[in-house]
Ligand binder design. Structure first.
Ligand SMILES: Cc1cc2nc3c(=O)[nH]c(=O)nc-3n(C[C@H](O)[C@H](O)[C@H](O)COP(=O)(O)OP(=O)(O)OC[C@H]3O[C@@H](n4cnc5c(N)ncnc54)[C@H](O)[C@@H]3O)c2cc1C
Length: 499
């Protein structure tokens, strides 16, 4: 195995969006300043994407690694707690107008066991309630407007995520990275020079500087200036799997209280987010430009959130897909430059974080030898493909017929063989747990998440291969779960009223 060299290495991160500053912070903290010198170059002329306000629970590990407490970063970024996502109007099936996708709690293991069995009873038209909201603690916390932070972790605990202002988070991380010794350069890259080996030798900037480095981190957003435009790494589009390629965002005043969940509401040709911050509410409509124009999408969003023309709207084009290689030669792409799966489950920063962590890990193991690049690229591609499958499942299982868009999502969307296999197992009443474990995908989305999504959309097995619990046993078990959940909600404080 090749050991990392002892000569000090120069790392140049190009791009100062959330991905650039997250990379700078984690690399500076983890790699240290003795062996590495880290600089971040960003343009004052190219704005950051300026959205990305919801996270998964994984980001807690990022702040922990940086030793930054919630008390320090959350107020600075107008952040609120998030216990999961409410999906509204995705299903037209009676009783399934909305469902909640919860982050897990210590009470869920038992409830999930019952829930799995109850979903299999549905095919026989048993009237046991198989709506996921009854089975999981965090759904009840949202119902009672409680934040998902337990006051007694011995008795009950839960994982949770956050909402935050993306611009404020970028500024916060910039200060932190600079305090760790990261050099900040404001300039525009105008040219990139390659060495004979095909690796990047240096970048030239508008002010005439030539900056060389050993490792270049491409955080230039959808432009992918280094990895795609310069090194020519191919981009694999997900256009056949995910139709949405555009978004329009409008901020509104903060709500009366900080709702501890993101709301994703289906619209005529996509869905809209509602993200509560302590300073404002973020709203955005993610849609397909093949089915709706930008002006009509903006009009539809304004109508839904009751906001007139005097409040500015931002239109964003999305490049949905992934690079074939995220680390090529001496360049690693992090953030929108490496790819993007639309924001339905707020997974982009999760991928950013995992990519940086994995890069540092593989780099430390093998310098930048081909073997470790291959491990890395394989791992990140796996992550993209599996998260994409889970996102596709939302569209595939919708039951709306009000527009061609929703019908196309059901009938024309291309699905992977893995997703097809999982759907076949589910519909035939087979063991979805076993299938997902065989596919080795539960580290991305747990079996509980898959069951909640399918049942939450009102999609149940049409036949049964196993003998689940009896109808009376299921009813009794659900009553026990409800009692158990309600005995534990008081460990979680009520969400604050905004003042
Ligand atoms: C509609 C939408 C909603 C989203 N919602 C979520 C969400 O809820 N949760 C989530 O995790 N993610 C979300 N994302 C993704 C998230 O916004 C991004 O992953 C995140 O902001 C990181 O972006 P970035 O830093 O890669 O790129 P950008 O923010 O685009 O930054 C690019 C940087 O590169 C610099 N640059 C470009 N060209 C040059 C040049 N020539 N010279 C020097 N510098 C240059 C720019 O100045 C800028 O600093 C969403 C994305 C979209 C489009």
């Amino acid at each position: 195995m090749t050991k990392p060299s002892t000569v000090k290495k120069e790392i140049l991160i190009v791009g100062g969006g959330t991905a650039g500053w997250m990379s700078a912070c984690l690399m500076a903290k983890t790699l240290g300043s003795e062996q590495f010198s880290i600089s971040l170059l960003e343009s004052n002329n190219v704005p950051t994407v300026g959205v990305g306000e919801g996270s998964t629970p994984y980001i807690k590990r990022f702040f922990d690694a940086l030793e930054i407490t919630e008390a320090k970063w959350m107020p600075a970024c107008s952040a609120t707690y998030k216990g999961g996502i409410t999906f509204a109007n995705w299903s037209t099936k009676a009783g399934f107008a909305q469902y909640f996708h919860p982050f897990t709690s210590s009470l869920d293991a038992e409830s999930f066991d019952v829930f799995k069995q109850v979903t299999r009873l549905k095919h026989a038209n048993y009237h046991v309630d198989a709506h996921p909201n009854y089975y999981f603690l965090q759904a009840e916390l949202v119902n009672q407007k409680r934040i998902p932070v337990s006051q007694d972790k011995q008795k009950v605990d839960s994982i949770y995520a956050y909402h935050f202002d993306a611009t404020k988070l970028g500024l916060f991380l910039k200060d932190y990275a600079c305090s760790l010794g990261v050099k900040h350069i404001v300039d525009d890259v105008t040219a990139v020079k390659l060495a004979e080996s095909g690796a990047i030798e240096s970048v030239t900037t508008q002010s005439g500087q030539t900056i060389s480095a050993d490792i270049f981190v491409d955080c230039t957003g959808f432009k992918a200036l280094l990895i795609e435009k310069t090194l020519g790494v191919n981009f694999k589009s997900f256009k056949d799997n995910l139709f949405n390629d555009s978004a329009v965002a409008i901020a509104t005043p903060k709500a009366d209280f900080y709702a501890p969940h993101t709301i994703s509401t289906a619209m005529s040709n996509g869905w809209r987010w509602d993200i509560p911050l302590t300073s404002r509410t973020g709203n955005g409509y993610v849609y397909s430009s093949d089915f709706q124009s930008a002006s009509s999408a903006e009009e539809e969003l304004r109508k839904a959130i009751h906001i007139h023309d005097d409040v500015e709207a931002r239109h964003i084009k999305m490049k949905v897909g992934r690079l074939e290689k995220h680390w090529h030669k001496n360049c690693v792409a992090i953030g929108l430059s490496q790819g993007f799966i639309e924001p339905l489950e707020a997974t982009a920063l999760h991928i950013v974080q995992l990519s940086i962590e994995q890069f540092i890990e593989q780099y430390k193991r093998g310098d930048y030898s081909d073997k470790y690049q291959e491990y890395y690229n394989h791992g990140v591609n796996h992550l993209f493909e599996h998260i994409r499958d889970y996102i596709v499942l939302h569209y595939l299982t919708n039951s709306r017929s009000d527009t061609d868009y929703w019908k196309a999502c059901r009938h024309d969307i291309k699905i992977s063989d893995r997703l097809q296999a999982a759907m076949e197992v589910w519909c035939s009443g087979g063991d979805l747990d076993e299938e997902l474990n065989c596919q080795q995908v539960t580290q991305y989305y747990s079996s509980m998440s898959w069951h909640v999504l399918l049942a939450g959309m009102g999609v149940f097995p049409t036949s049964n291969q196993t003998t689940p619990i009896s109808h009376p046993q299921a009813e009794q078990a659900l009553n026990d779960i409800k009692r158990h959940i309600s005995a534990h909600t008081s460990y979680f404080p009520k969400s604050k009223m905004s003042t």
